[in-house]
Design a binder for this molecule. Structure first.
Ligand code: SDX
Length: 374
């Protein structure tokens, strides 16, 4: 038997390339977008400014931001063919499948699909950035039997997303919590969905194909689907009095069944996810605004039980799920919101991959039957 080479299952701990888009540092529990701590960006910048930063490497000047906002706001509405395809899908279709399909339709309808020049890919990135809120809100409203709400050009990205979803502009505390969540979700180096986008891009396929693949990767509950799964867990435990005790009982049962507890743990961060304190602060502001102390009881009850029992800390999906629930989004809409945020990081990595491309094709060891003959 030939000696088996060392295998790095899940590419855990393997550095496969360099990126200048962001730096995730588990030692300092920090996250930098193009050198800026994400907490500073979340405290003072719009999501549009952060998108520009990820794509261009610098924050926009006032003129650049004005030009970007004008171009983005002019593209927010969904084209009739995209609406028609979404309407053909069953109401029971998972919203991540709807988003994935809508992106494919936009790509297939783009006469410049195969223009992978920096200018061409930036234009596609802005188009998807502009249209994803319309896709996400259109699907949520059709599932609810509510009519479509067209975008407004007088609102910034975050307020317009909420306007199209609910037909009203919530108070600043809600818009701000939503903006913070989008910035925190925007980018995170070589996570599974971003790496998927880079693998597809490395074959010189088009940006829409890479984003479609990334959406498929993000849907999984071990990755972006975890924020939806957190609310399923909260609903299993139940809101209301004695949440800490019920959380402990639920956790014992779940661990006995060998279940992964969604919203906890991380492949890179082992001392806690650097983004959690910022998102938790926004979640608590929403809890106070909506007067829902029961949500905090449940949040803290399960967190304490998980820390006590497994010593595993929350990741960003843990506070963002309850925050989106309080904002009024359907649970199934949570991960599509993650798509609308992460489109910025994905497309920044797609453009970076093309700057110094190499086909991504790892090796495999063989553990099948020995050679044999007919
Ligand atoms: C995101 O990569 C990114 O950057 C992703 C992300 C981004 O911004 O792109 O940060 C977004 O995807 C966050 C993660 C969301 N996923 C979840 O919340 C799903 C639940 N989490 C786990 O599945 C797990 O923590 C992972 C997948 C996130 C990370 O797993 P690892 O690093 O591969 O660790 P592991 O699965 O090998 O676990 C090590 C041990 C195991 O115990 P043993 O089998 O060795 O006894 O810890 C246990 C695991 O069972 N463990 C958990 C757990 N996480 C780890 N046990 C129960 N529940 C958990 N959540």
């Amino acid at each position: 038997m030939t000696e088996q080479p060392q295998i790095f299952k899940g590419l855990a701990g393997v550095v496969v390339d360099a990126t200048a888009v962001s730096k995730v540092n588990p030692e300092t529990n920090s996250l930098l977008y193009r050198g800026y701590p994400v907490q500073e960006l979340a405290a003072s910048k719009s999501f549009e400014e952060v998108a520009w930063l990820l794509w261009h490497g610098e924050l926009p000047t006032a003129a650049e931001l004005a030009g970007f906002q004008k171009s983005e706001r002019a593209q927010r509405a969904l084209d009739a063919n995209v609406k028609r395809v979404i309407d053909e899908l069953p109401l029971t279709a998972h919203p991540m499948d709807v988003v994935r399909t809508a992106v494919s339709v936009i790509g297939a309808s783009d006469p410049n699909t195969d223009d992978s020049s920096p200018e061409g890919n930036l234009a596609k990135s802005i188009t998807l950035f502009a249209k994803l809120p319309a896709i996400v809100s259109y699907d949520q409203r059709r599932r609810r039997g509510e009519g479509v709400i067209e975008p407004r050009e007088d609102l910034d990205y975050s307020a317009n997303f909420l306007w199209m979803s609910f037909g009203e502009i919530p108070d600043d505390v809600v818009v701000d919590a939503f903006r913070v969540s989008l910035i925190l979700y925007a980018e995170h180096s070589f996570n599974a969905s971003t790496f998927t986008a880079r693998v597809i891009t490395s074959t010189l396929s088009d940006l829409y194909s890479a984003v479609t693949g990334a959406i498929g990767a993000l849907k999984g509950p071990l990755h972006g689907g975890a924020n939806e799964a957190v609310l399923h867990i909260f609903n299993e435990i139940g809101f209301g009095p004695d949440a800490p005790a019920r959380s402990e009982a639920w956790l014992e049962q779940a661990l006995a069944e060998k279940r992964k507890i969604m919203g906890f743990g991380h492949r890179v961060y082992k001392k806690g996810d650097s983004r959690v304190p910022t998102m938790r602060k926004s979640m608590v502001e929403l809890i106070e605004y909506y007067n829902r102390p029961d949500v905090l009881d449940l949040y803290e009850g399960l967190e304490a039980a998980m820390t006590e029992r497994k010593g595993i800390l929350p990741n960003l999906d843990y506070p963002s799920g309850p925050a989106y629930h309080l904002m009024g989004f359907d649970t199934l809409t949570f991960t599509p919101i993650f798509v609308a945020a992460r489109i910025t990081g994905w497309t920044a990595h797609i453009m970076e991959q093309l700057q110094a491309n190499a086909l991504i094709r790892p090796l495999s060891a063989y553990n099948g039957v020995d050679e044999r003959h007919l």
